[in-house]
Write a protein that binds this ligand. Structure first.
Ligand code: PEP
Ligand code: MG
Length: 587
């Protein structure tokens, strides 16, 4: 426990990204302090460890060569020469032979042996009073971290301690790590870094785990076992909460519980404005297990099934059969409700280590999502075939992410036709009429939405990325989070443009980014002409209540009025004023 054991209450303010209150002991995760666990693999496990080590050394070698190449081209070959020294480490026979001998003799896992042998080498060299050898020690440590990371990269690095559930505090958490959390072991989490639209935050909301991010250095301020209260509504982490604070939170939770209870009662009601305009209200899901929550939330179907989470934690790509089972289970559970399956959107903050993709300088602008799929037809076709085959088990729809222009839609459709032809030839059934849509999340696609609309059955606006790319603000970077403004006039203009383009082509237009779940913005989105809102299951009842409280006419008037305004703050204030007059308890 930290000095805080003196029990003085301390408050840390961060960004709330997943609602709820968590109270309990801290489980602190500081990856840099972590030495890989020693695992006895037994005599029979030795050869597998040797193979893992060899694969990790090869992978590390490729990474170093790539870094060398990149630095040599962008900065100069002199600066790249440090990587020559790193290559010598992965080729150091003395070091590698000792690691191999120890694995064979002691039957231990590769990462623990590599870390201990390399650590000893580095320590010995670092103690010699010679600048050259000290640098060599630093090289060994650097390469050692890389090899160990490659060895451990495909397994959970965050495994909760046994015993009661705790509040996890960490510097940062990846989406794939979050995807493996169980609410029974993680009460909530708090991180130094992070942002509201990161996939870690999206995952936390879908798991109903309260979370606060962007707390600067919380992971340095608390210790294992400290007592904390985490407020996922207002973004507080309270260390050593006093009796008075706990009592206040007790009252607050009772009040929240009452509002939530009332919202549950809306489940069977229709999502119509007070004057009767039907707005399709759908849910976003990340895992097949979320299907049950969709039904409970009162959503009409799934507006976005993010399929990446089927891929992120595996040692290999999921097979056609595994994917078919995953899609089929969701479609069957929700039948006859529609389920929009989004094709693979890897990249950005969703990294799949098994794919071994090269590191990029600008991953959000790089080889990802549909760009990756169109090049890796093997991966893409496996998924398309699985979706097509599953389509007979319910009402399947499908959409492509990260479309930048009409050419990509046509290419994707051509691959889809190939898969359909294959299935026909194999005598396998699929829904010939499955609707196919495009996500509009890149400004070029929004501006050319009229061209794209001619090629598809619907458009779904991914505002998380649309905001990121339009305002050029990295959605993960808390430093510039103040620029990430959903009510920026440019965003409003693009949404309106897409809605009008879709309607002119006779197709519907939805919003499936996080903006769709912000009840303060519900009147604005309706006023801009959006037909469908798709949000995390936990937010569905709130959005339904908001829609039911509004008149279409006042939504249109709001959209017209804010079109004359020039600042995001002013537009947001106008939206909040209307929302507060209709459903103050939801805000
Ligand atoms: C979006 O960008 O708004 C979206 C829904 O996709 P994701 O958050 O998965 O990038
Ligand atoms: Mg997106």
């Amino acid at each position: 426990m930290s000095d805080s054991s003196a029990s003085v209450e301390r408050r840390f303010q961060g960004v709330p990204v997943s609602p709820g209150i968590a109270r309990g002991e801290v489980w602190l995760h500081r990856p840099d302090d972590e030495t890989p666990p020693r695992v006895d693999v037994g005599a029979e496990g030795v050869e597998a460890e040797v193979c893992r080590l060899e694969a990790a050394l090869l992978q590390t070698r490729h990474q170093i060569q790539e870094l060398h190449h990149h630095i040599a081209h962008s900065i100069g070959s002199e600066d790249a020469s440090v990587f020559d020294a790193h290559l010598l480490v992965v080729e150091d026979r003395m070091l590698i032979d000792e690691v191999l001998r120890t694995i064979r003799k002691e039957h231990l896992n590769a990462e623990s042996v590599f870390a201990s042998v390399a650590g000893r080498y580095a320590k010995t060299l670092g103690e010699i009073d010679d600048p050259y050898l000290r640098e060599r020690a630093a090289d060994i440590q650097d390469v050692c971290r890389r090899v160990v990371r490659n060895l451990m990269g495909r397994q959970t690095r965050l495994s909760p301690p046994a015993g009661a559930a705790r509040v996890l505090v960490a510097h940062n958490i990846s989406p794939s790590e979050t995807a493996q959390f169980l609410p029974s072991s993680v009460l909530g989490f708090a991180t130094d870094q992070g942002s509201k639209t990161s996939h870690t935050a999206i995952m936390a909301r879908s798991l109903n785990i309260p979370a606060v991010v962007a707390l600067q250095d919380i992971s340095q301020q608390v210790e294992h076992g400290d007592s904390v209260l985490l407020d996922g509504y207002r973004g507080w982490v309270i260390l050593n909460p006093s009796a008075q604070t706990l009592a206040e939170y007790g009252d607050f939770e009772r009040l929240k519980g009452k509002v939530e209870q009332e919202l549950v009662g809306l489940r069977e009601t229709e999502c119509k404005t007070a004057d009767g305009r039907h707005v399709v209200l759908s849910a976003n899901i990340e895992m097949p297990r979320d299907a049950a929550l969709v039904l409970r939330s009162g959503a009409e179907g799934v507006g976005l099934f993010r399929t990446e989470f089927l891929y992120l934690n595996g040692e290999r790509l999921p097979t056609e059969e595994e994917q078919y089972e995953a899609y089929r289970s969701v479609l069957e559970e929700l039948r006859p409700a529609p389920v929009i399956i989004r094709t693979l959107d890897l990249g950005g903050d969703k990294i799949m280590s098994a794919l071994n993709l090269p590191e990029e300088l600008n991953p959000f602008l790089g080889w990802r999502a549909i760009r990756f799929c169109l090049e890796r037809a093997d991966v893409f076709k496996t998924q398309l075939r699985a979706i097509l085959r599953a389509s007979t088990h319910g009402k399947a729809r499908m959409m492509y992410p990260m479309i930048s222009g009409v050419g990509e839609v046509r290419r994707a459709k051509a691959v889809l036709s190939e898969c359909q032809a294959e299935l026909r030839a194999e005598g396998l059934a699929f829904d010939e009429k499955m609707e196919v849509g495009a996500m509009i999340e890149i400004p070029s696609a929004a501006i050319c939405a009229d061209l794209i609309a001619r090629e598809v059955d619907f458009l779904s606006i991914g505002t998380n990325d649309l905001i990121q790319y339009t305002i050029a603000v990295d959605r993960l970077n808390e430093r510039i989070a103040y620029l990430y403004e959903p009510t920026h006039p440019a965003i409003l203009r693009l949404i309106r443009m897409v809605a009008e383009a879709g309607h002119a082509a006779g197709i519907w237009v939805g919003v499936c980014g996080e903006m769709a779940g912000e009840v303060a913005l519900t009147p604005l989105l309706l006023g801009l002409g959006v037909d469908e809102l798709s949000t995390g299951t936990a937010l569905v009842p709130r959005v339904k209540r908001a829609v039911q409280s509004l008149q279409s006419k006042e939504c249109r008037a709001l959209a017209a009025a804010v079109a004359e305004m020039d600042s995001a703050e002013q537009i947001l204030a106008a939206c909040e004023t209307l929302a507060r007059s209709k459903y103050p308890d939801l805000l």
